[in-house]
Design a protein around this ligand. Sequence first.
Ligand code: AHM
Ligand code: MG
Length: 335
Amino acid sequence: MVRKNQTLGEFIIENQAEFKYSSGELSRLINAIRLAAKVVNHEVNKAGLVDITGAAGETNIQGEQQQKLDVYANEKFIQTITNREIVCGIASEENDDFITIQGQNKDNNNKYVLLMDPLDGSSNIDVNVSVGTIFSVYRRVTPMGQPVTKEDFLQPGNQQVAAGYIVYGTSTMLVYTTGHGVNGFTLNPAIGTYYLSHPNMRFPKTGNIYSVNEGNYAQFPQGVKDYIKYCQAEEGDRPYTARYIGSLVSDFHRNMIKGGIYIYPKSKKATKGKLRLLYECNPMAFIAEQAGGKASDGFTRILDIQPESLHERVPFFCGSEEMVNKAEEFMQKAE
Ligand code: AHM
Ligand code: MG
């Protein structure tokens, strides 16, 4: 059930039964994520003050070393989630290998694995531009009672049970799906509560925004160059508008609301693309599809790619369905 003025806490409780393994654990996991996101939000909001507070000897008032925000966010998410007996392992952009969580009784009986990019687009922090957190959740495939293995993390995206992002923007929003559509919640920072502000989010079928780092144009595959020229042509509803924040979560969020396509293709410099399949592309692709959009690597559905390693990269075309279809047409024609 979706109600106006519903808080995220109420929404989680009221919609728990919709989830096919509704033992309550996934709800507790989303609860833990929203809590960690509040802590990170608080820190991101005062990012511009870090240099000022750090100037008196690089330590803060508690005597702790100032940390880079992506490291801080990583620690906060890991701490918050580890303490709650829900997750048996975490893989993060910030850690080379996955972390095993045995649980307080050391019985390895937690069900889920979490994959995350704790602070995506973190180079934007220095210039006060929006950043985000991305997360992806799977049920473990190895038997309960055993430590988690790489196989639990290397599942194709179509096996995700939940995915979401937090955008630390002009407002902070948490947007997530458990496979029953996409809902967005806005944080009221004064009272620390998220309210359902964007129920049942849907990508417009098509749009007029394209988001790609055109500085790399000369190095793009021919299909991407041809698609960009198509976006710029004076014909019908074109030229489209170029909008590129350089922060995947924010670019995606805008395109989902307004209609658009985000592209991070491979290039001569980034021969496999830049974005990571497991904790950047798969969760965004799951959200996109749940919102009526589409995500591909230019040829294949992102969610059907069988991952081979934790940090593998993949070209990413994601957004309004008709725009992604058109970009794929150009990719295939140029093959
Ligand atoms: P990061 O995980 O190191 O922050 O990199 C991911 C970010 C995305 O948020 C963004 O869309 C992209 O990198 C921007 O890359 P570029 O500066 O090459 O256009
Ligand atoms: Mg990232």
